[in-house]
Write a protein that binds this ligand. Structure first.
Ligand code: SDX
Length: 430
């Protein structure tokens, strides 16, 4: 067993701390004390910049080499040869499914695409201009009231059923939110279509008897969903695990994860990228915008990543998908601005020094807009496929004997003990 020898210079005492999987256990620091009264050392790591919260077998990322693998399979191979439903099965259950397993899985998910009719009453209750992400977060939480047996989280069959429901219903909830925002009638699932084909059907079907998805757009969305299926311990997944650790049903945990994903620094970035590109307006305005970013007047949305200090491998694939989509939809003029932004940023010391490269959100929004999605739908298009990752990570948490309810410590820097002050003697704080 590898070890770390620590000397506490306050006491001269020496400690042997075991090293396992490139980590030391923070709890091993507690033995380092100056006297019997001392609580012992803790590690302090705001935003978990250097803290592993769990041991996982789902997704591997190498930030320096721009590597992303789901259960050992490189994302490039899955994007090339797999489908989202097959990849979701892999992320959830650890192996690529056999033909019969995939047929059963596809049947089980497709069987659960419908939602309780009362969900439409939820949707109708939102303002006409309600953000679809706010609608999705609240309706997925509401699903927990329709399936009280989902609280039985240590029953494998119940978890499997809730997994089918969550993967099956997220596109339906998302599509209902979209149709509500457009003042259009809801479109029911067409279970003869593929996962993304049916999603496009529920979004864009008009008066035709049967919606026929454009095969290029259907496949492009499938690849985009594969790329968003999981991403180890990102902010949304951390929320899924944090909330999941107190053992509520998975619908409430997914709602918490989706709420975290909504943030503009996380999955909400794809929406902000499009707003940023629209504000820049044209290629010739890019240098001026970059100057503002370097002056600290805002972020280059869609750039940078906590883990990737190289090009996000998903962004490379998304750029290729864009070309296929634009053949069908016509080129999105914002693409030229994005390409110019990338060209300039990748040559500029400010971004190079900070290892800021395009991430998954930089190009995805340009495709979504070309496919006809309003920017408000972009984070929703991130949440749908990420549901497989959230549920996989949640299940891994529940089955991990080392995991307990998440309850971090703190460093208290507040007031020492003081006596209560009657109101007549109080002064306004400075
Ligand atoms: C996703 O974690 C995941 O895996 C997330 C995700 C997933 O699949 O789940 O990959 C999806 O969320 C992708 C990220 C989408 N967000 C954005 O595109 C928003 C813009 N990016 C930044 O907010 C930022 O890069 C983060 C949040 C993504 C990462 O932030 P970190 O790791 O906390 O880095 P930091 O803020 O400490 O930045 C380091 C330096 C700072 O400069 P200095 O203070 O050292 O001078 O880089 C600067 C930052 O100001 N910086 C940027 C920048 N991102 C970081 N400067 C300009 N533009 C940016 N985009």
């Amino acid at each position: 067993m590898d070890t770390l020898t620590l000397i506490d210079n306050r006491t001269g005492k020496k400690y042997e701390i075991p090293i396992q999987n490139g980590t030391i256990r923070a709890i091993d620091l507690r033995q380092i004390r100056i006297d019997e009264e001392d609580f012992g050392l803790m590690s302090y790591d705001p935003a978990f910049m250097n803290t592993a919260s769990c041991r996982s077998k789902i997704t591997y990322i190498d930030g320096d080499r721009g590597i992303l693998r789901y259960r050992g399979y490189p994302i490039e191979e899955l994007a090339e040869s797999s489908t989202y439903l097959e990849t979701a099965y892999l992320v959830l259950y650890g192996e690529l499914p056999t033909k019969s397993e995939l047929d059963q899985w596809t049947h089980d998910v497709t069987y659960h695409t419908f939602t309780h009719e009362n969900i439409k009453k939820f949707m109708d209750g939102f303002h006409y201009d309600a953000h679809p992400m706010g609608m999705l977060v609240s309706t997925v939480a509401a699903l927990s009231t329709f399936y009280p047996e989902a609280k039985n989280i240590f029953n494998a069959d119940s978890r499997k059923l809730q997994t089918h429901r969550l993967i099956g219903k997220m596109p339906t909830l998302a599509a209902f939110a979209y149709r509500h925002s457009r003042g259009m009638p809801y479109v029911y699932p067409d279970n003869e279509l593929s996962y993304t084909g049916n999603f496009l059907n529920m979004l864009f079907k008009m008066t035709e008897l049967k919606y026929e998805p454009n095969a290029t757009l259907e496949r492009a969305l499938d690849i985009l969903f594969i790329l968003h299926a999981d991403h180890e311990q990102n902010c949304g997944t951390n929320a899924m695990r944090g909330v999941g650790s107190s053992h509520p049903d998975p619908y409430c945990a997914v709602a918490a994860a989706a709420a975290a994903l909504y943030g503009p620094l996380h999955g909400g970035a794809n929406e902000e990228v499009l707003r940023m590109l629209s504000v820049i307006g044209s290629k010739d305005k890019v240098p001026e915008f970059i100057k503002k970013v370097k002056a600290g007047e805002g972020l280059l949305m869609g750039f940078g990543h906590r883990v990737y200090k190289n090009y996000d491998p998903r962004a490379k694939i998304i750029k290729r998908v864009a070309d296929q989509v634009f053949e069908v939809t016509g080129k999105n003029p914002l693409l030229d601005i994005a390409l110019e932004l990338e060209r300039i940023a990748l040559e500029d010391e400010y971004f190079i020094k900070r290892k800021l490269y395009p991430n998954v959100d930089f190009y995805s929004g340009i495709i979504y807009q070309a496919m006809g999605f309003p920017v408000e739908m972009f984070p929703v298009l991130f949440a749908i496929p990420r549901t497989s990752g959230w549920v996989a990570q949640w299940e891994e948490l529940l089955l991990d004997p080392e995991q307990k309810i998440a309850r971090p410590r703190q460093v208290y820097l507040g007031e020492e003990k003081r006596k209560f002050v009657p109101i007549e003697h109080r002064k306004t704080a400075k």
